[in-house]
Structure formats: structure tokens, C-alpha cells
Design a protein around this ligand. Sequence first.
Ligand code: SAM
Length: 405
Amino acid sequence: MYIPLPGEELQLGVGPEKGAEYLGIGQVVRDAVLKRTDLPSTGSVLDIGCGSGRMARQFVDHLKPRGRYVGMEIQKRFVDWCNENIAPVNPAFEFYHQDIYNGGYSPEGKVKASEYRFPFEDGSFDVIILYSVFTHLLPEDAGNYLREISRLLKPGGHCYSTWYLMTPDVEVSYLLPNAKEGQVGFGFPACAAALDEAGLHADGFQPGRWNGARTDIWQDLLWLRRTEDVPEPLRPAEIATARETGDEPFVAGTLERLDPVSGTLTVLGDDGSRTEVGYARETPVRVHGAPGALSDLRPGQRVRAHYAETPSGKVAVKVAASGQLAPEQVRGIVEAVDSEANLLTLTVLNRGSLSFRMDPEREAANVDGRNIRLGELSVGQVAAVRVVPTVGSVAARSPASGDNG
Ligand SMILES: C[S@@+](CC[C@H](N)C(=O)[O-])C[C@H]1O[C@@H](n2cnc3c(N)ncnc32)[C@H](O)[C@@H]1O
């Protein structure tokens, strides 16, 4: 059944992918759901935060008209598009607007997510999907949604949910300081406690690519079920271990010291051990999943250093870092302005080409003391931007702020 692609704005409104990649994410989620849940063609699916229907459209061939697929969403433009383009193709599909407040997506919303009751009877759904939604909910909102999921799942039902699951000592982490709901990470124990309280248990975990894992989605995937369906839930320690499983040996912990003279990183492990890992200038570094430099690393950050054993000790082959970073000012020469992708590329001394996502309406670069919007910048100008490292990308935030999707 043919469903057109939504316009670019509606594709990029739910994540950085467009075209085939936008469609690909939906296929990955559908395949995972069908593989794990045996969802019958007359089964029922609730897609919370369904966005522009990226998942929904992938189920139109699987579900018969006697099945049911309900998409719930706080942005009306998405709901309207889905009702105009997906619902007519298969009568199993319905989409509803939730008039809920979210600092990033719907600041005009009237109802608190922490108090919202979904308008469905208990035990209505075989499968509930929340793709990149818990990463936009504050703890009290997430707690209510988990209780609602527990109420709405049929006995034996499954919930596919994605998260940024953080180090054990973090309860909740706002990775985008200016818009709290922009990117929210929860610690494993805090998440497990909220699940317990809601009457849910995790029975499957797949670390996401943001963690350096070679998996098919960016965020961490948690499969949830009603507590009575899972006598032996996954526990935080097991999740932490699964999350850190990689191909090469690595040390993970807090960055204690970075010594540029000896070229050594000192990592304080979660078990209290201290490990020194040598590095070279060309050692690849990722910060919140985006390419970075050794000079981006700060003591106190969560790091994972994959290493090779050499006669002179451990030498890092790649380093990944996460954790709150302070905004910084970056100054360079404008190398390119991409108004379609909203990207500004600067050539920065000692750091090469760096690209920053900018909101063309709200953010500006500083040129000779004046604020200049993305579309008005010219190649060759010396420009300064205030950047906030975020999960997955580095966004220019000067002078205003906003959500990075
Ligand atoms: C990153 S997008 C992902 C959308 C969709 N799940 C997908 O992957 O294509 C997050 C979505 O969650 C929606 N959202 C945020 N807070 C919500 C809430 N409290 N209830 C339902 N949806 C919410 C946003 O409007 C946005 O469409």
C-alpha cells in the first residue's frame, strides 16, 4: 500500500534521518517487534509519540483492518499528516492529538504528561512502542507513562522502548542544558526502580550506537513487560554489563586525568580501579556519539577507552565520552553554509573543519560583534558560535536556545 513520504520538515521533526534512512528506522523497529512479539495480523499496537508515522507506516501491510494501530502524539501537525496519509490506507489505523506540554516540542500544551491518562481501557494493547520518547520526558512524566503502559498492556504484551541509559550513579541527566526535555538520560537503577514502581519489568536490552555499540539504532532499547509476565527481570548490573560489551577490550569509568605530556588518560573504573591508557594525537574520539577531539575531554566525564595491548602498555584505539559539558565559544573561518541541512561549517585552528547545527530562525553567529543568522553568513568570514555538545551532534546556540530533536 502506497503512503507518500512526509515533507522534509516532518521527517526531520522526529530525528536527523530523511529519505531512505527515515524509512529504514521504521523498518528496523517493525522487524524487531514482529520478531519478538508474534503480533497477530489482528493484534493491537499503541505508538506513543508516533511523530510523522515513521513506525506506523511500516505496519500497514502487517495489520488487517480488524487489527488496531493507534498513534498518539503531542504535535498536531504530525497527527494531521498521519490522519490524512496513513489512516485512509488501512482502517486499522487511528491517530490522536494529546494536548500535552513539552518544553521542547509543545510549549503551548495544556496538560502535564505526569497527569495524563490515555483514553483506553486496561489491557487494550498487545504491543506498545515508544521510540525516542522517554528521552524527551522528565522523570515524573516518565513515571506516569510507565504506569500507563503497565495498565494498557494486555497480559503477555510487550513494550518496545528506547532510552539513554546512563552510568549507575546518575539518577537523571539533562544532556541539553537549555531545554530540559531536549535530551534526557536516566541511570539504570533509577530506571529499574521506576519500572518496579509501575508494575513493569525489563526482559530485554540492546545497547545503542550512542554507547559505541554496533547495533541498528542510536538509543538503548529496553523491552518491557508487565511484572507478572517476567518473574526474572533484567537488573541494572546486567544491563550495565550488556551495555559495555564491545569487540575490543576497554576500560570504562570516569576520566580522572588527561596528561598531554606523557599522552596518557587515567580512567577511574566503576569498581574503583585506576587504569592508564596511552593515546596518540590521531586517536579517534567521540563525544556524545559525534566526532570530537582529545581537547574536548574533561576530567569528570564518563569515558570508555578501547585499547590494544602493546609492549609499552595499553594504547587507546578509540575513546568515547559522555556526560554534561559546559557550553563553549568556538571561533573560526566560515567554510560552508548549508541552509538546507541548517549546518554551519567552520575551519577552526588546530581542530580542522567543525560543523554545527543551527536553527536559522533563532540562532546566530557572532561576526565583528554582530549577530548574523545562518542564511546571511558568507564563506571566509570570521565567526564565533556558542556551542553546546549534545547527544549525537554539536549544536550552535548563539544567542538563543532550542531543542535539537
Ligand atoms: C524524537 S521524536 C520520535 C517520533 C517517533 N517515535 C519516531 O521515531 O519517528 C519524539 C516524539 O515524541 C513526541 N512527544 C514528546 N513528548 C511526548 C509526550 N509526553 N507524549 C507523547 N508524545 C510526546 C514529540 O512530539 C515527538 O514527535
